[in-house]
Design a protein around this ligand. Structure first.
Ligand code: GLU
Length: 293
Protein backbone atom coordinates (compact mmCIF):
# COMPACT_ATOMS: atom_id res chain seq x y z
CA UNK A 1 0.00 0.00 0.00
CA UNK A 2 1.19 3.52 -0.72
CA UNK A 3 1.43 6.16 1.98
CA UNK A 4 -1.20 8.78 1.20
CA UNK A 5 1.47 11.38 0.42
CA UNK A 6 3.12 9.03 -2.10
CA UNK A 7 0.03 8.94 -4.25
CA UNK A 8 0.57 10.17 -7.80
CA UNK A 9 -2.33 11.36 -9.99
CA UNK A 10 -2.21 12.54 -13.55
CA UNK A 11 -4.29 14.55 -15.97
CA UNK A 12 -3.63 13.41 -19.54
CA UNK A 13 -5.37 15.52 -22.20
CA UNK A 14 -4.90 15.04 -25.94
CA UNK A 15 -3.91 18.38 -27.48
CA UNK A 16 -6.16 17.96 -30.51
CA UNK A 17 -8.77 20.54 -29.60
CA UNK A 18 -9.86 22.93 -26.90
CA UNK A 19 -10.55 21.76 -23.36
CA UNK A 20 -14.25 21.67 -22.58
CA UNK A 21 -16.13 21.48 -19.32
CA UNK A 22 -15.73 17.70 -19.19
CA UNK A 23 -11.95 18.07 -19.20
CA UNK A 24 -12.19 20.75 -16.54
CA UNK A 25 -14.13 18.31 -14.39
CA UNK A 26 -11.46 15.61 -14.80
CA UNK A 27 -8.57 18.01 -14.21
CA UNK A 28 -10.15 19.51 -11.08
CA UNK A 29 -11.03 16.09 -9.65
CA UNK A 30 -7.45 14.89 -10.09
CA UNK A 31 -6.11 18.15 -8.67
CA UNK A 32 -8.40 18.13 -5.64
CA UNK A 33 -7.88 14.44 -4.86
CA UNK A 34 -4.10 14.86 -5.05
CA UNK A 35 -4.27 17.91 -2.78
CA UNK A 36 -6.58 16.19 -0.30
CA UNK A 37 -4.05 13.41 0.36
CA UNK A 38 -0.92 15.52 0.02
CA UNK A 39 -0.06 13.63 -3.16
CA UNK A 40 1.27 14.77 -6.53
CA UNK A 41 -0.46 15.71 -9.78
CA UNK A 42 1.36 15.17 -13.08
CA UNK A 43 0.40 16.55 -16.48
CA UNK A 44 0.88 14.49 -19.63
CA UNK A 45 0.15 15.47 -23.22
CA UNK A 46 -1.19 12.50 -25.15
CA UNK A 47 -0.10 13.88 -28.49
CA UNK A 48 0.52 10.75 -30.52
CA UNK A 49 -2.18 11.58 -33.05
CA UNK A 50 0.22 13.59 -35.17
CA UNK A 51 -2.48 14.64 -37.63
CA UNK A 52 -4.70 16.28 -35.03
CA UNK A 53 -2.33 17.30 -32.21
CA UNK A 54 -1.20 20.92 -32.46
CA UNK A 55 1.21 23.02 -30.32
CA UNK A 56 -1.40 25.78 -30.28
CA UNK A 57 -3.86 23.47 -28.48
CA UNK A 58 -1.19 22.41 -26.03
CA UNK A 59 -0.46 26.05 -25.18
CA UNK A 60 -4.15 26.72 -24.77
CA UNK A 61 -4.55 23.71 -22.45
CA UNK A 62 -1.68 24.92 -20.23
CA UNK A 63 -3.25 28.38 -20.16
CA UNK A 64 -6.74 27.12 -19.37
CA UNK A 65 -5.49 24.82 -16.59
CA UNK A 66 -3.51 27.62 -14.96
CA UNK A 67 -6.53 29.91 -15.14
CA UNK A 68 -8.65 27.19 -13.55
CA UNK A 69 -6.19 26.93 -10.64
CA UNK A 70 -4.89 23.46 -11.53
CA UNK A 71 -1.24 23.14 -10.46
CA UNK A 72 0.96 20.20 -11.41
CA UNK A 73 4.43 19.03 -10.47
CA UNK A 74 7.46 18.68 -12.72
CA UNK A 75 7.81 18.92 -16.48
CA UNK A 76 4.94 17.95 -18.78
CA UNK A 77 5.52 14.53 -20.35
CA UNK A 78 4.84 14.58 -24.07
CA UNK A 79 4.18 11.12 -25.52
CA UNK A 80 5.65 12.04 -28.91
CA UNK A 81 9.06 12.42 -27.17
CA UNK A 82 9.06 8.82 -25.91
CA UNK A 83 8.50 6.52 -28.86
CA UNK A 84 11.48 4.37 -27.75
CA UNK A 85 9.63 3.48 -24.51
CA UNK A 86 6.65 2.18 -26.48
CA UNK A 87 8.87 0.31 -28.93
CA UNK A 88 10.56 -1.46 -26.04
CA UNK A 89 7.16 -2.45 -24.61
CA UNK A 90 6.23 -3.78 -28.06
CA UNK A 91 9.46 -5.79 -28.14
CA UNK A 92 8.54 -7.38 -24.84
CA UNK A 93 5.15 -8.34 -26.24
CA UNK A 94 6.85 -9.71 -29.39
CA UNK A 95 8.96 -11.96 -27.19
CA UNK A 96 5.79 -13.26 -25.54
CA UNK A 97 4.40 -14.04 -29.01
CA UNK A 98 1.20 -12.08 -28.43
CA UNK A 99 1.47 -9.49 -31.21
CA UNK A 100 1.51 -9.72 -34.98
CA UNK A 101 2.09 -7.42 -37.96
CA UNK A 102 -1.14 -6.60 -39.78
CA UNK A 103 -1.22 -5.10 -43.26
CA UNK A 104 -4.85 -4.14 -43.93
CA UNK A 105 -5.29 -0.38 -44.17
CA UNK A 106 -8.13 1.50 -42.48
CA UNK A 107 -9.80 1.86 -45.90
CA UNK A 108 -9.55 -1.89 -46.63
CA UNK A 109 -11.02 -2.70 -43.23
CA UNK A 110 -13.89 -0.24 -43.77
CA UNK A 111 -14.61 -1.71 -47.23
CA UNK A 112 -14.62 -5.24 -45.84
CA UNK A 113 -16.93 -4.35 -42.97
CA UNK A 114 -19.33 -2.48 -45.28
CA UNK A 115 -19.97 -5.83 -46.96
CA UNK A 116 -20.33 -7.79 -43.71
CA UNK A 117 -23.40 -6.65 -41.78
CA UNK A 118 -23.28 -7.54 -38.09
CA UNK A 119 -19.46 -7.74 -38.07
CA UNK A 120 -18.32 -7.55 -34.40
CA UNK A 121 -17.18 -4.21 -33.00
CA UNK A 122 -15.26 -3.12 -29.90
CA UNK A 123 -16.79 -0.98 -27.11
CA UNK A 124 -15.74 2.18 -29.00
CA UNK A 125 -17.53 0.97 -32.12
CA UNK A 126 -14.41 0.10 -34.14
CA UNK A 127 -14.76 -3.12 -36.18
CA UNK A 128 -12.75 -6.19 -35.15
CA UNK A 129 -9.76 -6.73 -37.40
CA UNK A 130 -10.84 -8.92 -40.32
CA UNK A 131 -7.34 -9.77 -41.61
CA UNK A 132 -5.89 -13.24 -41.00
CA UNK A 133 -2.23 -12.40 -40.40
CA UNK A 134 -2.48 -13.69 -36.82
CA UNK A 135 -2.44 -17.16 -38.39
CA UNK A 136 0.76 -16.67 -40.43
CA UNK A 137 3.70 -18.91 -39.58
CA UNK A 138 7.11 -17.40 -38.81
CA UNK A 139 8.34 -17.59 -42.42
CA UNK A 140 5.21 -15.95 -43.87
CA UNK A 141 5.39 -13.25 -41.20
CA UNK A 142 9.02 -12.51 -42.12
CA UNK A 143 8.00 -12.31 -45.76
CA UNK A 144 5.29 -9.78 -44.92
CA UNK A 145 7.73 -7.72 -42.85
CA UNK A 146 10.26 -7.77 -45.69
CA UNK A 147 7.69 -6.84 -48.34
CA UNK A 148 7.87 -3.09 -47.64
CA UNK A 149 4.10 -2.96 -47.04
CA UNK A 150 3.25 -0.68 -44.10
CA UNK A 151 2.17 -2.82 -41.15
CA UNK A 152 0.57 -2.03 -37.82
CA UNK A 153 1.35 -4.17 -34.78
CA UNK A 154 -1.77 -5.70 -33.26
CA UNK A 155 -2.34 -7.58 -30.03
CA UNK A 156 -3.46 -11.17 -30.57
CA UNK A 157 -6.19 -10.96 -27.95
CA UNK A 158 -6.80 -14.70 -27.90
CA UNK A 159 -3.13 -15.63 -27.37
CA UNK A 160 -2.71 -12.80 -24.87
CA UNK A 161 -5.74 -13.92 -22.84
CA UNK A 162 -4.45 -17.50 -22.79
CA UNK A 163 -1.30 -16.34 -20.99
CA UNK A 164 -3.27 -15.18 -17.97
CA UNK A 165 -2.90 -17.35 -14.92
CA UNK A 166 -5.92 -15.98 -13.09
CA UNK A 167 -9.07 -14.11 -14.10
CA UNK A 168 -8.29 -10.43 -14.55
CA UNK A 169 -10.00 -7.86 -12.37
CA UNK A 170 -9.62 -4.31 -11.20
CA UNK A 171 -10.88 -2.51 -8.15
CA UNK A 172 -13.16 0.36 -9.06
CA UNK A 173 -13.07 3.20 -6.53
CA UNK A 174 -15.70 5.23 -8.37
CA UNK A 175 -18.58 3.82 -10.38
CA UNK A 176 -18.90 2.62 -13.93
CA UNK A 177 -21.54 3.81 -16.38
CA UNK A 178 -24.00 1.25 -14.96
CA UNK A 179 -23.04 1.92 -11.35
CA UNK A 180 -20.38 -0.84 -11.28
CA UNK A 181 -18.12 -0.58 -8.25
CA UNK A 182 -15.75 -2.74 -6.17
CA UNK A 183 -14.11 -5.66 -7.95
CA UNK A 184 -14.79 -5.56 -11.70
CA UNK A 185 -14.18 -8.59 -13.92
CA UNK A 186 -12.22 -7.62 -17.01
CA UNK A 187 -13.42 -8.46 -20.48
CA UNK A 188 -10.45 -7.69 -22.74
CA UNK A 189 -11.72 -10.00 -25.48
CA UNK A 190 -14.47 -7.44 -26.13
CA UNK A 191 -11.76 -5.29 -27.75
CA UNK A 192 -10.53 -7.76 -30.36
CA UNK A 193 -7.02 -7.46 -31.81
CA UNK A 194 -6.38 -3.78 -31.08
CA UNK A 195 -3.59 -1.77 -32.71
CA UNK A 196 -0.61 -1.11 -30.43
CA UNK A 197 1.75 0.57 -32.91
CA UNK A 198 0.25 2.13 -36.05
CA UNK A 199 1.56 1.57 -39.55
CA UNK A 200 3.17 5.05 -39.45
CA UNK A 201 5.20 3.98 -36.37
CA UNK A 202 3.12 6.04 -33.93
CA UNK A 203 1.96 4.42 -30.72
CA UNK A 204 -1.76 3.90 -30.14
CA UNK A 205 -3.46 5.19 -26.99
CA UNK A 206 -3.93 1.87 -25.14
CA UNK A 207 -0.24 0.94 -25.19
CA UNK A 208 1.01 4.48 -24.53
CA UNK A 209 -1.25 5.04 -21.54
CA UNK A 210 -0.23 1.79 -19.83
CA UNK A 211 3.49 2.35 -20.42
CA UNK A 212 3.38 5.99 -19.30
CA UNK A 213 1.33 5.42 -16.18
CA UNK A 214 3.91 2.82 -15.08
CA UNK A 215 6.95 4.91 -16.05
CA UNK A 216 5.54 7.92 -14.24
CA UNK A 217 4.69 5.70 -11.23
CA UNK A 218 1.08 6.83 -11.32
CA UNK A 219 -0.84 5.28 -8.43
CA UNK A 220 -4.27 6.80 -9.13
CA UNK A 221 -6.10 7.03 -12.42
CA UNK A 222 -9.12 9.31 -12.26
CA UNK A 223 -10.87 9.64 -15.61
CA UNK A 224 -14.30 9.65 -17.24
CA UNK A 225 -16.77 6.82 -17.74
CA UNK A 226 -15.89 6.81 -21.45
CA UNK A 227 -12.69 4.95 -20.51
CA UNK A 228 -14.28 2.48 -18.08
CA UNK A 229 -14.34 -0.45 -20.54
CA UNK A 230 -10.83 0.32 -21.80
CA UNK A 231 -9.59 -0.48 -18.29
CA UNK A 232 -10.05 -4.21 -19.09
CA UNK A 233 -7.55 -3.85 -21.88
CA UNK A 234 -5.17 -1.76 -19.79
CA UNK A 235 -5.19 -4.41 -17.05
CA UNK A 236 -4.35 -7.05 -19.65
CA UNK A 237 -1.43 -5.04 -21.03
CA UNK A 238 -0.18 -4.29 -17.50
CA UNK A 239 -0.25 -7.98 -16.66
CA UNK A 240 1.57 -9.01 -19.85
CA UNK A 241 4.22 -6.34 -19.33
CA UNK A 242 4.60 -7.00 -15.60
CA UNK A 243 3.51 -3.47 -14.63
CA UNK A 244 1.81 -2.49 -11.37
CA UNK A 245 -1.93 -1.98 -11.11
CA UNK A 246 -3.00 1.58 -10.27
CA UNK A 247 -6.20 2.52 -8.40
CA UNK A 248 -9.00 3.33 -10.82
CA UNK A 249 -11.73 5.89 -10.25
CA UNK A 250 -14.07 6.60 -13.15
CA UNK A 251 -16.23 9.70 -12.94
CA UNK A 252 -19.46 10.85 -14.59
CA UNK A 253 -19.30 12.56 -17.94
CA UNK A 254 -20.89 15.94 -18.28
CA UNK A 255 -23.91 15.96 -20.50
CA UNK A 256 -25.39 18.82 -22.45
CA UNK A 257 -28.68 18.82 -20.57
CA UNK A 258 -30.27 16.43 -23.08
CA UNK A 259 -28.15 13.53 -21.91
CA UNK A 260 -25.60 13.81 -24.73
CA UNK A 261 -21.92 13.66 -23.90
CA UNK A 262 -20.06 16.94 -24.38
CA UNK A 263 -17.58 16.89 -27.18
CA UNK A 264 -14.81 19.08 -28.38
CA UNK A 265 -16.87 20.06 -31.40
CA UNK A 266 -19.14 22.02 -29.06
CA UNK A 267 -17.00 25.12 -29.12
CA UNK A 268 -19.53 27.08 -27.10
CA UNK A 269 -18.71 24.91 -24.08
CA UNK A 270 -14.97 25.21 -24.49
CA UNK A 271 -13.19 26.48 -21.41
CA UNK A 272 -11.59 29.17 -23.54
CA UNK A 273 -14.92 30.68 -24.52
CA UNK A 274 -16.38 30.24 -21.02
CA UNK A 275 -13.44 32.16 -19.58
CA UNK A 276 -14.94 35.43 -20.77
CA UNK A 277 -17.86 36.00 -18.45
CA UNK A 278 -17.13 33.25 -15.90
CA UNK A 279 -14.73 32.86 -12.99
CA UNK A 280 -12.95 29.60 -12.06
CA UNK A 281 -15.44 29.34 -9.18
CA UNK A 282 -18.33 29.53 -11.70
CA UNK A 283 -16.75 26.64 -13.60
CA UNK A 284 -16.55 24.60 -10.39
CA UNK A 285 -20.26 25.27 -9.82
CA UNK A 286 -21.17 24.32 -13.39
CA UNK A 287 -19.53 20.90 -13.04
CA UNK A 288 -20.38 20.26 -9.38
CA UNK A 289 -22.94 17.53 -10.15
CA UNK A 290 -20.65 15.51 -12.42
CA UNK A 291 -17.63 16.00 -10.21
CA UNK A 292 -19.28 13.83 -7.56
CA UNK A 293 -17.84 10.36 -7.83
N1 GLU B 1 -5.95 11.33 -23.45
C1 GLU B 1 -7.22 10.81 -23.05
C2 GLU B 1 -8.31 11.83 -23.37
O1 GLU B 1 -8.01 13.01 -23.55
C3 GLU B 1 -7.31 10.50 -21.57
C4 GLU B 1 -6.66 9.22 -21.25
C5 GLU B 1 -6.73 8.75 -19.80
O2 GLU B 1 -7.05 9.53 -18.89
O3 GLU B 1 -6.42 7.58 -19.59
O4 GLU B 1 -9.44 11.43 -23.46
Amino acid sequence: MHAETDRIFRFAPSPNGELHLGHACSALLNHDMAQACGGTLLLRMEDTDTQRSKPVYEQQILDDLRWLGVRWTGPVRRQSDHIADYQSALNRLKKLGVVYPAAMSRREIADFVAGAPGWPRDPDGAPFYPGRERELDAAARQKLLGSGKPVAWRLDISKASKRLQAPLTWREHGRGPQGQTGTINCDPAAWGDIVLIRSDGQVAYHLAVVVDDALQQVTDIVRGHDLFHATSLHRLLQTLLGLPQPRYTHHHLLSDGEGRKLSKSKRDLSLHSLRSGHSPADIRNLIAESAKI
